[in-house]
Design a binder for this molecule. Structure first.
Ligand code: ZN
Ligand code: ZN
Length: 347
């Protein structure tokens, strides 16, 4: 499917209309009136994203500092490996959001991507922040080296690495759509076995500071996953030539392969962690994959995992619903002015 290289969007072009004529490869002046955008409900998404604002050092790590040494060796190892994983996956997301924005010819998408990029930058900072609270610089660096050296992690990330770098060289609509698929996998599935590890510690009242931070990241990633799925569907609808059987098959294959790699990774990193049931974890991964496919307008591929099989995790993710009592007493809630936009129906 030869599709031509996209031009970067103009920064300011008064000859173009303010309201965009297309998400990618369209025209827009660069002047943004949120009350007259091509996809009006994206204003709500923007407001929800901005409402999630938080900073890493708002999280009090003093109890975690003391507790880390009391974790079992297996828990400590998993903690450092999972932070290594999350930092490897979150690292490129700042730039991916900016790259999508570079080619997006709709100023509302550019603004939403700017907010997402800012949040990804905070996620990265937060991994440095928690590690600096609990281990030496040498151990922090070791954790951050995981994404460059750990063979299971490298294997797991191979396809994403290749595709993200291909997109930089060949910014076509097809590659933008595929980048969104990988982004949906990251935001909606790849992070979640890592998140579950920290919530499992929190169940035991261990490392609650770290888990609080993870819950902020989790809340952001759910929104990112939701927006990227919308953007994927809208971009496909605007580019019907790209909406082929081949692309759909490619998406299903990527999801199946990614689920297998994720299960392999979670077995590798969580096998010795008490309280984690690996079968339940595999089911949770499949459930998350189904969820993302559905959001992207596709079919579920794991009919046995339409419901979340990891029941206990709901107490932690339900935490994002503004009507419930916070487990983590989330401080960042104070930033959220529009609580009616903040309910998660898709956890
Ligand atoms: Zn992130
Ligand atoms: Zn994200």
């Amino acid at each position: 499917m030869p599709s031509s290289l996209l031009s970067k969007a103009k920064t300011l072009e008064p000859r173009n209309p303010n309201k965009s004529t297309g998400l990618f490869g369209g025209q827009s002046s660069g002047i943004l009136n949120w009350n007259d955008i091509a996809y009006p409900h994206w204003y709500k998404m923007y407001k929800r994203l901005v409402g999630n604002y938080w900073q890493a050092d708002e999280v009090n790590m003093s109890a975690d500092v003391k507790q880390f040494a009391n974790l079992t060796q297996d828990e400590q190892d998993a903690y450092l490996k999972i932070i290594g994983l999350l930092s490897t996956l979150d690292g490129p997301q700042t730039r991916t959001a900016l790259l999508l924005s570079l080619y997006a010819t709709d100023p509302s998408v550019q603004s939403i991507m700017a907010v997402i990029a800012q949040q990804e930058a905070v996620h990265n900072e937060s991994y440095s922040y928690v590690l600096s609270s609990v281990v030496s610089l040498a151990e922090q660096n070791e954790s951050f080296e995981m994404g460059r050296r750990d063979p299971i992690l490298l294997k797991r990330n191979d396809a994403i690495t290749d595709h993200y770098n291909l997109f930089v060289e060949e910014p076509t609509v097809e590659n933008i759509l595929k980048t969104m698929v990988y982004t949906a996998l990251l935001e909606g599935m790849f992070f979640y076995s890592g998140f579950a590890f920290f919530y499992n510690l929190a169940r035991d009242n261990k490392m609650v500071g770290t888990s609080t931070m993870i819950s902020y990241i989790n809340r952001d990633e759910l929104e990112h996953g939701r927006f990227i799925s919308e953007l994927f569907r809208a971009t496909l609808a605007e580019n019907p030539d790209e909406n082929t059987v081949e692309l759909t098959e490619w998406v299903y294959e990527r999801f199946k392969q990614s689920v297998e790699l994720e299960i392999e990774w979670s077995t590798y990193v969580l096998a010795k962690v008490e309280g984690i049931d690996l079968d339940e974890m595999a089911g949770y991964i499949k459930y998350r994959a189904n969820k993302m496919l559905r959001m992207m307008g596709l079919d579920e591929i794991y009919p046995d995992y339409v419901d979340n099989p990891m029941k206990w995790i709901k107490a932690y993710v339900d935490n994002f619903d503004g009507t419930k009592t916070d487990f983590f007493e989330q401080k960042s809630r104070q930033y959220t002015k529009t609580s009616d936009l903040n309910g998660f129906d898709d956890l």
